[in-house]
Write a protein that binds this ligand. Structure first.
Ligand SMILES: O=C(O)[C@H](O)[C@@H](O)[C@H](O)[C@H](O)COP(=O)(O)O
Length: 235
């Protein structure tokens, strides 16, 4: 279980955005200073969009930054559900490198294998994994279903796998590729950014239940060893 969990609650969207942007900027800047490059994973969904747009205005040396999605919905990049399309649109103009997890692979398992091969060429671990959470307690694309156990305990050095959620999440009912639990927990820093008191209640329960949790996010918390910051917009 994460040794230290710090909750940051905001009732103003502006302060929530500024709070997350300030901390992510600091983490990227520190990685650039220490290693000359930064490797970060950003989530998809709706909550991060205005935060990412503000983050892109930060005066960072974006050319040294590689960004991957924490997970990807297996849709064409022209689809509004595409996570990498959102990241590419915001950060490619800044000169950052944005790497996709999706591919033209024939099925979701092959797409996972292709993503994993691509990721193996990066300098691990991640400097930052920024995670979102669905109201159903999924995080990244770690969902209940046939791939759940593999996402939590994949073969050695497997950082991404294909996932078929069961049940499918109504907001984006498609197959996915996700970072695996080991790829997430080895990150130098971890943050969760969530929106709404319903999600806050789910996350509190998941953390309390840990290993016994029915929520994927509870299983992730149980495995985390670094301090975790949770940013929550409560209004
Ligand atoms: O589905 C994805 O692509 C995600 O990366 C996912 O884990 C997301 O963070 C949550 O579903 C929350 O999404 P919202 O912020 O849109 O509620």
């Amino acid at each position: 279980m994460a040794e230290e969990i710090e909750w940051w609650e905001f009732d103003s969207a502006e302060e929530f955005i500024d709070g997350v942007v300030g901390d992510v900027t600091f983490i990227i800047e520190s990685a650039l200073d220490a290693r000359g490059q930064a490797l970060v994973a950003f989530p998809g969904g709706n909550t991060p969009k205005p935060i990412l747009e503000k983050l892109a205005e930060a005066p960072l040396r974006w050319k040294g930054v590689t960004i991957i999605p924490t997970d990807e919905r297996l849709v064409p990049v022209s689809d509004p559900l595409s996570n990498v399309a959102m990241l590419a649109k915001i950060f490619l103009p800044k000169g950052a490198r944005v790497l996709p997890l999706n591919s033209e692979a024939a099925d979701y398992k092959l797409a996972g294998n292709a993503a994993n091969a691509r990721l193996s060429e990066l300098h691990w671990p991640l400097d930052l994994v920024w995670l979102g959470m669905g109201a159903d307690g999924h995080t990244a694309s770690i969902f209940p279903g046939p791939d759940f156990d593999e996402a939590l305990a994949p073969a050695k050095n497997v950082r991404a796998i294909g996932v078929k959620p069961d049940p499918m999440p109504p907001e984006a009912p498609v197959d996915r590729v996700t970072l695996t639990l080991p790829a997430i927990v080895e990150a130098r820093t971890t943050m969760f950014v969530i929106n709404g008191t319903d999600k806050q209640t789910v996350l509190e329960k998941a953390i309390e239940d840990g290993k016994k949790s029915n929520y994927p996010v509870g299983r992730v918390f149980d495995a985390l060893t670094v301090p975790v910051d949770i940013y929550c917009l409560t209004s």
